[in-house]
Design a protein around this ligand. Structure first.
Ligand SMILES: *[C@@H]1O[C@H](CO)[C@@H](O)[C@H](O)[C@H]1NC(C)=O
Ligand SMILES: *[C@@H]1O[C@H](CO)[C@@H](O)[C@H](O)[C@H]1NC(C)=O
Ligand SMILES: *[C@@H]1O[C@H](CO)[C@@H](O)[C@H](O)[C@H]1NC(C)=O
Ligand SMILES: *[C@@H]1O[C@H](CO)[C@@H](O)[C@H](O)[C@H]1NC(C)=O
Ligand SMILES: [Zn+2]
Length: 313
């Protein structure tokens, strides 16, 4: 049973983990950036472990016809709140309490939704973690779900399928996204590391690509932050959601990785980890995915297309 105690337990563990030595990582200084994480935490070392995230998603994926839409329970309802928005110095995290879960879509079990957070770039650069055919989107949202059988987050990290993370690409458009407004309007209250604020719950489904939920990619990988545990079943939705330039700018220029009273304030930017090789891993498209037609993944066809492009110019 997923009760309030267990949620409290989770929050405490998240809170503790953000004041442990694991918190000493960063994104933009050579001594603690993603290439140095392996020195801080061995499990982040790219040569010791082979199932890292993120990765580039390209036309070499194969289709798996048994990957149908996931069942998102409680995502359409307004949950009891409040929810807590927090700046942990590495991202902005929304703790969503209990009441939501995901299953189906080839997931091995039921997973309870714990939090969502974001990765972004800078004023002139994109910052999604996964790339699609080498393209980096402006932002990426991660909805983190924990396998129901685990009593706490630490236990889930020891299970190769302990977490199910839903990744949503965020692109820019002219109009504000009113649903993201629930979060972006509150960002000024969590500008500095350690700050938290309450948020009135809203249907989480509104942040997802509602009409294209059967279109996604699937692979097994890791957390993209220390301890980089290889414990994640990844689901990346193919179709992005859109926010406005000004909503994007609120992330890229109004959030800081430093505390309010720090001598020098540092904007939190480019908080994404570099892409990793897939090695022998299978990367799959869902039954409904559309972007990469099966034929275009054929190497001969790709070569012919390239030749064609070179000849025609
Ligand atoms: C397709 O997905 C299902 C559900 O995750 C899995 O059991 C099956 O092994 C996958 N097929 C291949 C060829 O990997
Ligand atoms: C960054 O995102 C913009 C807007 O979606 C896109 O036009 C551009 O190609 C992206 N840049 C890279 C390097 O992927
Ligand atoms: C997490 O659960 C595991 C397995 O039940 C237990 O051994 C461990 O002490 C728990 N850790 C915390 C921090 O509660
Ligand atoms: C999203 O889903 C709608 C409705 O099924 C479909 O018409 C549209 O082509 C899909 N969009 C993309 C980019 O695949
Ligand atoms: Zn993330």
């Amino acid at each position: 049973q997923w009760d309030e105690n267990r949620v409290q337990n989770f929050l405490i563990i998240w809170w503790k983990s953000s004041s442990s030595p694991l918190d000493d990582y960063c994104y933009n200084e050579p001594h603690c950036d993603p290439y140095a994480w392996g020195d801080l935490v061995p499990s982040c070392h790219p040569l010791l472990e082979e199932h890292h995230s993120p990765i580039d998603l390209d036309g070499r994926m194969s289709r798996n016809q048994s990957l149908d839409s996931l069942l998102l329970e409680g995502f359409q309802e307004v949950q009891t709140g409040p929810w807590i928005l927090q700046n942990d110095g590495h991202s902005v995290i929304l703790q969503v309490g209990s009441g939501m879960s995901v299953r189906g879509g080839g997931l091995p079990d039921v997973y309870h939704t714990a939090q969502l957070h974001f990765h972004w770039g800078g004023p002139a650069s994109n910052g999604s973690e996964h790339t699609v055919d080498r393209r980096r989107y402006p932002m990426e949202m991660h909805v983190v779900n924990v396998k129901a059988v685990h009593p706490n987050f630490t236990a889930a990290l020891g299970d190769p399928t302990g977490l199910a993370v839903l990744g949503v690409f965020i692109d820019v458009a002219y109009a504000d996204n009113v649903h993201f407004g629930h979060i972006s309007q509150k960002l000024s209250s969590v500008a500095y590391k350690g700050q938290t604020t309450k948020i009135k719950p809203f249907p989480l489904l509104n942040l997802l690509p509602k009409h294209n939920m059967s279109q996604y990619y699937r692979y097994y990988g890791s957390l993209t932050t220390p301890p980089c545990s290889q414990a994640v079943v990844w689901t990346l939705y193919e179709v992005p959601v859109h926010i406005s330039w000004s909503q994007l700018a609120q992330f890229t220029s109004q959030i800081f990785s430093t505390e309010e009273d720090a001598e020098q304030v540092t904007p939190l930017q480019n908080n994404f980890r570099h892409v990793h090789p897939t090695f022998s891993r299978g990367v799959f498209m869902s039954k409904g995915a559309k972007r990469f037609p099966a034929s275009s993944s054929h190497p001969l066809r790709a070569t012919v297309t390239l030749l064609h492009a070179l000849l025609i110019g």
